[in-house]
Every structure is written in C-alpha cells, then in structure tokens.
Design a protein around this ligand. Structure first.
Ligand SMILES: Nc1ncnc2c1ncn2[C@@H]1O[C@H](COP(=O)(O)OP(=O)(O)OP(=O)(O)O)[C@@H](O)[C@H]1O
Length: 364
C-alpha cells in the first residue's frame, strides 16, 4: 500500500457500518485502494445484496475519502461479498459473541418481570433502555414477551425488520438501543401460539444468532408470570439480574413475588422492585392513588430487596408509548420521566461485581 492509500484506509477506518456498528475496515468491506493523481479508486464490498445501510455507507465512504488531503475525486466500485467472504465475516463476528452473555461476560443482563400483565413492564423496560443509552451505555433490548410483544411500537419502530447477514441477525436500532423482538419475525395480524420447546429454541437463537456487538447492558422484557419463557431464560442466563415490576395494588404484589421466586430458583439475582402506576399528581397538586399504595414496598420487603423506584401514573408516559417516543425523550421533565431516569441511574450504579467471574488474566 502506498502512503496515500494508507491515508485513505485510515480515513475509511472511521466509517462505521450503521447496523453492525463496527468500522468497515474491520469488517473486510474495503478491498483494493489505488490512487492516480488526485483520484482515488476504492472497492467497497457490502455484506449482502440490497443491504439497507448501503446508501449511508456509500455516502460516508465518499465523504471520508474526499476528506483526505490531495484527493479530489473518487471512483467507487460497490460490490457484494462472496459467500465465502460473508461466512468468514459472520464466523469472526460470532466468535466474539458466543460468550457475549455467558457467566464470564462483562455485559450485564437484566430481566424485567412482573406477576401479571398490564402493569407497565414493557413501557418501563423501553424507558429504562433509552435512558441508559442516553447516559452513554451501550444497550440492547430483547423483547421476550412473545405473546404480547410491544417493544417495537413503544420505541417507534413497529415495522422494523432485522437484516440477516449469513446466519447473523442484525437488530434494528431505535433511540440508540439495539432492539430485537419476536414481533419482527411474525406477519402482521398473526398470533404466536408456540409451546415450550419452540419458545426455548427462539430464546436460544435470540441470544446466539442476534449480533448485539459489545453491550454494557442487555435488558430483557419477559412475558408476565412464571411461564416457559421465564424458565428457559432462567436456564440460559442463570447469572442474569432480575427487576420486578408491580403496581401499588396488593393483588398485583402477590403475583409479582411469585415471578421473583421462580427467577431465584434458576439462580438469577433479584436486584429490586419497581412500583409503577403510583399516585397520579393532579392539576391542584394533590395526589390520587388510583391503584392504592404500598404494593412495591410490600413486595420489596417480602423479597428482602430494595424498592428501586416508584413511577407515577402519567398521561405523558402513556402518550409517549403510543407515539413511539418514550417519555424520557419526549417529555423529560414529566414526573414519570424523571423517576425513570433516576431508576436508570440506580440500576446502572448497581453494576454486578466481579465475584465469581474469570478476569481472563494469565501469569506470564
Ligand atoms: N406510569 C404509567 N402511567 C400511565 N400509563 C401507563 C403507565 N405505565 C404503563 N402505562 C400504560 O399501561 C398500559 C400497559 O403498559 P405495558 O404494555 O407497558 O404493560 P405490560 O406490563 O408490559 O403489559 P404486558 O406484559 O401484558 O404486555 C399501556 O397502555 C401503557 O401506556
């Protein structure tokens, strides 16, 4: 490589594939680079035909190359990787990833569970994910609520489909969060009616074939209750942490406790309880406890874990969910948004310790 080709290569190392989120030079997408006078010829190889990110990558490549001193024109040849090249790439990416969520991984996995449906678990998980991403963490969100998947809609990507590169599945990104949902694999209007083994395989595939890249936190939105998915994920991710969502109502509190007990039986660690749909602040400043009070505190004390947050009922939160713009972004001063942001800081601050994990150090 000549000096000038090297400069162009360096410039291209700052172009990132928006889906895989790695520099294109690390993904073997850059082929021959030649320079004649002030014209650079660059071979670009996209991962798949019809790559949805093609336009963005091409635009960024042109800008990067034309930003190199002395280069005034670019002759860009855009092709597609051969099957062998793609297989080599996916094998390499997979190599990084198989242990991504294993016991030695530095990615925290936090399962969000609830005893019964409709307590706002998905809304809170979506808000928490966005808030953690806003604080600079690399966040993934897996919607494992197979029968009531709502995460894509809550994050404003109801029709997004993941891109497949070979056997890797690239999760769409919404508000800075990498998102995968069973809803992305079903036809609109169809219902999921799978039994345990199929659900188990799907969870396993989500954890192995979805390329999240390096994450600080993976949040998992579980279906309510103690069904097959919760048990499968307990087996697949025994090191995961669990956050229990409940409402202030006593009836919800009892079932919430049961889902935490099942998680504990699989070895997962319950890190705390979040109470949602707490007192509604009315225009006159008074608080209306629509769903009663004390449920979160009761579950937390019975499980002997802290109550990590109490999120009030909020019209803005509901509207944010309906429009796909979570309240923490759309209306950050809303009391529910502030409570979710505080909860995110609390969760982030409770990073699991290194006890019991190999640090990958060796004595030389
Ligand atoms: N704090 C809140 N204030 C007002 N509305 C809320 C609040 N939290 C959730 N909601 C609304 O309650 C409904 C149920 O929320 P969500 O779908 O998040 O619950 P869920 O527990 O995930 O339900 P399921 O597990 O059954 O899918 C939604 O319409 C949502 O907008």
């Amino acid at each position: 490589m000549t000096d000038r080709s090297r400069l162009i290569h360096a410039a291209l190392s700052r172009v990132v594939d928006p889906e895989i989120r790695k520099p294109i030079t690390e993904l073997d997408m850059v082929g021959a680079i030649e320079v004649a006078g002030s014209t650079a010829s660059v071979d670009l190889k996209l991962t798949i035909v019809g790559c949805p990110a093609a336009d963005t990558i091409e635009r960024d490549v042109r800008a990067a190359v034309l930003g190199v001193e002395g280069i005034e024109a670019i002759d860009l040849t855009v092709g597609v990787m051969s099957r062998e090249q793609r297989d080599a790439l996916t094998a390499r990416l997979k190599g990084n990833r198989t242990s991504a969520f294993g016991p030695d991984s530095l990615t925290r996995v936090v399962c969000v569970t609830s005893g019964k449906g409709g307590v706002g678990k998905s809304s809170l998980t979506a808000g928490l994910a966005v808030s953690l991403a806003q604080s600079g963490l690399r966040v993934g969100l897996m919607d494992a609520d197979v029968f009531g998947f709502s995460i894509p809609g809550l994050l404003g990507i109801p029709h997004a489909k993941p891109t497949r590169v070979g056997e890797l599945i690239l999760p769409p990104v919404a508000h800075g969060v990498k998102v995968i949902s069973i809803g992305m694999f079903t036809e609109p209007g169809t219902a999921v009616s799978w039994r345990g083994p199929m659900l188990h395989r799907t969870m396993q595939q989500f954890l192995t074939d979805v390329f999240f890249g390096d994450l600080d936190v993976l949040l998992i939105d579980l279906p309510p209750g103690t069904g097959d998915v919760a048990i499968s994920l307990g087996q697949l991710l025994p090191q995961a942490e669990v956050l229990v969502v409940t409402t202030p109502q006593a009836a919800a509190a009892d079932v919430a406790e049961r889902s935490a007990i099942v998680a504990r039986q699989t070895g997962q660690t319950v890190i705390g309880v979040v109470e949602n749909m707490a007192g509604l602040v009315q225009p006159d400043g008074s608080v209306l406890d629509v769903f009663g009070a004390g449920g979160g505190e009761a579950v937390a004390s019975r499980l002997d874990v802290p109550l990590l947050g109490s999120i009030p009922l909020s019209v803005a939160l509901r509207e944010g969910g309906d429009s796909g713009m979570p309240v923490v972004l759309a209306n950050p001063d809303d009391p529910a948004a502030r409570a979710i942001t505080e909860l995110a800081a609390t969760v982030a601050g409770r990073g699991r310790g290194l006890a019991g994990r190999k640090l990958g150090l060796s004595v030389t």
